[in-house]
Design a protein around this ligand. Sequence first.
Ligand code: HEM
Length: 125
Amino acid sequence: MRDIAFIFFLAAVVCVTSGMGCGIQMAISEDHLLAPAHAHLNLVGWTTLALFGLYYRLTPAAAQGILPRVHAGLAILGVAFMTPGIAMVIVGGSPALASAGAILTLASMLLFLVTVARYGLGAAA
Ligand code: HEM
């Protein structure tokens, strides 16, 4: 099985690729209504997930065991729920999906806070 850094990085690249597609679609159509969904897909998806991946590659002790996998599940599901959820809210739909995504995303960051406090940063931490 691929390591956790790879899983985070692959998810990040999927996010930025689709985020760019969404950005190009907005630019061509001159309809920027969904810009907040695009922004969250790129910033929470690409930037945050990629930083998690880099962290786990830099800090091998933190990449062992079940916790980083739980972290990846929370973080990736969070983006997967939050981004379409924001788009739904913008077009007048229910905020439930965006809220679920936001809670999962916050939970993933709390778990990361515990991980960083426990393992520090880098191989020698
Ligand atoms: C092919 C690449 C991209 C295209 C064509 C694109 C296009 C756009 C467009 C058309 C908007 C709406 C602008 C407005 O309404 O003022 C926008 C907003 C935004 N984009 Fe992108 N984008 C791209 C990549 C990215 C990336 C990689 C990021 C972040 C890592 C990003 C972050 C943002 C943010 C934060 C906003 C919101 C700006 C605001 O509301 O003031 N975009 N983008």
